[in-house]
Design a protein around this ligand. Structure first.
Ligand code: PLP
Length: 371
């Protein structure tokens, strides 16, 4: 049975998950097929859980075409922990600053965390004096002067709050690329092998909160200092096969279900990308054809396929729209508290049909207000 209200949940995060995954998760709470046990009570030292971790790792590798030279780690602490854990490992001993791009709210959080650990250079910032004009576009390659000495380049592939997304791989091939893909991981093929380090928490696009996927090239792992607490040491986590202390078994199991769904029901990341593009097209076309009634936030070439951010010109107009949308069953559309406005998040689990329903509602709303 489809949950009609949940399929219209456009929340920025935690994001909506596929109905078939929710059904299997529901079943697993009572009994994981074949085990006789609830997923909430199965030992993280069981053979069953070891097989879950192995299959999830294999699925991620297969979906991304990831070579064996990468470690796949399942960590806790969210993306925020990676904002510190990564520079603890790679910046503390560095004489040269790491290059960071400041493209929006989340990259803005990553920078002070890195500065506590070592030298940082902000290689580009999209912040402008007028708050409303900040982070509406991303830099072109000609605007980036990236250092060849940097221990790494850090950027966020999709700025979830502002709705801007890179549609190319950035940076130089001689400096390790580090990317926070929390809000677009497994939404499209991403040339994973061109990055040295990718991290993504689960709760936007691939599962519930509680687990963060880290893909790390072995060369980088070799650079990790040996004096870090075990929990914060990538080498220790890799040796323990993501089972250093009690991991979030349920969250990991649901991420496994999502990767199976991507493989078996969607048919891989190229297919997922096509669906995600179709969804984003529906909404951006509607904004563009609205005679300025709906104002898209991002420059057209930098628009996010995951988070469609827009406004209706005034905070009162935004609120009136949000109230009407909620009354019609569409939830989670309020913009992030940092910037307000409206944001439709259309992660993997959001269906094209639900996006079309939202577009239909928006079109009617505009016609009624214009009359
Ligand atoms: C939501 C978000 C974060 C914060 O993640 P937590 O898991 O809550 O720490 C970081 N980066 C990006 C791109 C996000 O969208």
């Amino acid at each position: 049975m489809i949950n009609q209200k949940n399929r219209l949940n456009f929340s920025g995060g935690p994001g909506v998950l596929p109905e078939s995954v929710l059904q299997q998760a529901q079943q697993a709470i009572i009994e994981v097929p074949g085990t006789g046990l609830s997923v909430l009570g199965i030992s993280h030292r069981s053979d069953w859980f070891a097989a879950v971790v192995n299959e999830l790792e294999a699925n991620i590798r297969a979906l991304l075409g990831l070579p064996d030279s990468y470690h796949v780690l399942l960590l806790q602490g969210g993306a925020t922990q990676q904002f510190s854990m990564l520079p603890m490992a790679l910046l503390r001993a560095s004489e040269h600053p790491a290059d960071y791009l400041h493209t929006g709210y989340w990259s803005g959080k990553s920078i002070p965390s890195a500065q506590r650990e070592g030298p940082v250079r902000v290689a580009w910032s999209g912040e402008s004096d007028g708050k409303s004009g900040s982070f509406t576009r991303l830099p072109g390659d000609d605007e980036l002067e990236l250092s060849g000495q940097a221990p790494y380049l850090h950027y966020v592939s999709n700025e979830t709050v502002e709705g801007v997304q890179f549609h190319r791989v950035l940076g130089r091939d001689d400096v390790p690329r580090v990317c926070d893909m929390s809000s677009d991981f497994l939404s499209r093929p991403c040339c994973a092998e061109r990055y040295s380090f990718i991290y993504a928490h689960a709760q936007k696009n691939i599962g519930p909160a509680g687990v963060t996927v880290v893909l790390m090239r072995d060369e980088l792992l070799q650079r990790v200092p040996t004096d870090l607490p075990g929990f914060l040491d990538y080498r220790v986590q890799a040796q323990a096969h993501s089972n250093y202390n009690t991991p979030p078994v349920f969250a990991i199991y649901v991420v496994l279900l999502v990767t199976r769904w991507l493989r078996d029901e969607i048919g891989g990341l190229a297919r997922m990308d096509a669906i995600n593009r179709a969804k984003a097209d529906v909404l951006y076309r509607l904004l563009d054809d609205s005679d300025g009634f709906y104002r898209g936030r991002a420059r057209a070439s930098d628009r996010s396929l995951m988070n469609v951010a827009f406004n209706l010109g005034t905070p009162e107009g935004d609120q009136f729209f949000l109230d009407a949308a909620l009354a019609a069953g569409f939830s989670g559309l309020a913009g992030h508290r940092a910037i307000g406005g409206v944001r439709a998040s259309i992660y993997n689990g959001m269906t094209l049909a639900a996006v079309e329903e939202l577009a239909g509602f928006m079109d009617n709303f505009r016609r009624q207000r214009r009359r």
